[in-house]
Design a protein around this ligand. Structure first.
Ligand SMILES: O=C(O)CCC(=O)C(=O)O
Length: 294
C-alpha cells in the first residue's frame, strides 16, 4: 500500500507531535464499533439516561465497566479488531515507524457522557498526563493513537494535548523541580488544546505530548477507540527474555479468551469473555497480533 501520510502531514507531525488521518476506516466500521460500545454498556444510545447507567469506576472500587474519564473496558470485540486490522490504519502507523512490521495494542474504547447537574459523579473536567515515566530519560520513541468514532466538537470531552511539547520537553524539564510529577506536568505556562475531529479521524500522537481527554460540556457523548502500533517483537522469539515471550503468549490468550492483557482494569462483569466470540482475524490482523510472522 502506498503511503497514507503526505509530506505535509509528516511536516505537521514533526512540528506538532500529532497528525490526523481522515477517513481512516469505512463508515460501517465506525457504526459497528459504536454499537459494540453501547451493547457492551447495555445502554441505548438514544436514551440520555442510559449514558449514565453505570456508576463510574474509581481507583478504590473496580466494580464498573466504565471510568469517570469514559474509559470503557472493552478490548476484543470483532468491531474493534476490524479497525485494528484495517490496512489504512496499519499503513498510517507504518509511515511513522518507517516499517510495516508492527504489532497492534490491545486497547480499549471511550464513551464520555456530557456533564449533567444530576450526575455529579460524571462531572469529569478532563485530564492531562503521560503514559510513560518521564523521569527515565532518554525516553524511547513511541506513539499512541485514537480513532474518533463520531464527530467530536472541541467542547465534547475529546482528545486534548499540548501541541509541539515533544520538542520542548528536554528544555522544559530542566526548568522543573527535580521532584516534579513524572506522569503529569505542571501546566503553568503551557496551553492545552482540544482537538475537534470528524468520525473516522485517526489521531496519532508522540507519547511525549502531555495528553488526555477534556470536559464534555456538549449535549452528546464522546465515543472513541484507542489504537496504537509498535515494532513487532517477534525476532528470534525463542531467544527473547521470558517477559517478552510471555507478552506474546498473553496477547494471544487475551484475544482468544476475550479478555484484557495484564495491567488493564478489566470488566468486572466479564461481558466479552462470557458473551462474545473470538474475533476473526485477517492475515494482516494475525501479523498485528503476533500469531503470524511478518
Ligand atoms: O481519551 C483520549 O483521547 C485520551 C486518551 C488517553 O489519555 C490515553 O490513552 O492515555
Amino acid at each position: 500500500m502506498s503511503m497514507v501520510l503526505s509530506q505535509e502531514d509528516l511536516t505537521f507531525w514533526e512540528e506538532n507531535g500529532f497528525v490526523v488521518v481522515q477517513n481512516a476506516v469505512p463508515d460501517e466500521h465506525l457504526e459497528a464499533a459504536v454499537n459494540a460500545i453501547w451493547d457492551f454498556l447495555d445502554a441505548d444510545a438514544h436514551k440520555p439516561e442510559d449514558w449514565y447507567k453505570h456508576k463510574p469506576r474509581t481507583e478504590n472500587r473496580n466494580d464498573s465497566p466504565i471510568s469517570h474519564t469514559g474509559m470503557v473496558e472493552i478490548y476484543q470485540h470483532q468491531a474493534l479488531w476490524e479497525n485494528r486490522q484495517y490496512p489504512k490504519v496499519h499503513q498510517a502507523f507504518s509511515d511513522i515507524w518507517e516499517t510495516d512490521r508492527l504489532w497492534v495494542s490491545l486497547d480499549r474504547a471511550n464513551m464520555k457522557p456530557p456533564t449533567h447537574p444530576d450526575k455529579p459523579e460524571w462531572d469529569n473536567r478532563g485530564m492531562i498526563h503521560w503514559d510513560v515515566d518521564t523521569s527515565k530519560t532518554p525516553i524511547a520513541f513511541g506513539v499512541q493513537g485514537v480513532l474518533y468514532l463520531t464527530d467530536t466538537a472541541d467542547n465534547q470531552g475529546g482528545f486534548q494535548c499540548i501541541p509541539g511539547f515533544h520538542k520542548q520537553f528536554q528544555n522544559w524539564a530542566q526548568t522543573q523541580p527535580t521532584k516534579r510529577n513524572f506522569h503529569s506536568p505542571d501546566l503553568t505556562g503551557l496551553t492545552v488544546q482540544s482537538i475537534a475531529g470528524k468520525a473516522g479521524d485517526l489521531l496519532i500522537w508522540h507519547r511525549l505530548l502531555p495528553h488526555g481527554n477534556g470536559y464534555n460540556r456538549s449535549k452528546k457523548p464522546r465515543l472513541a477507540q484507542y489504537i496504537t502500533m509498535f515494532p513487532a517483537r517477534e525476532e528470534n522469539l525463542a531467544v527473547l527474555p521470558p517477559l517478552l515471550q510471555d507478552s506474546l503468549h498473553q496477547r494471544i490468550q487475551a484475544w482468544q479468551e476475550r479478555r484484557p492483557t495484564s495491567g488493564w482494569p478489566g470488566d468486572p462483569r466479564e461481558w466479552e469473555h462470557k458473551h462474545g466470540t473470538t474475533a476473526e482475524l485477517t492475515s494482516l490482523g494475525k501479523k498485528l497480533l503476533g500469531t503470524e510472522s511478518w
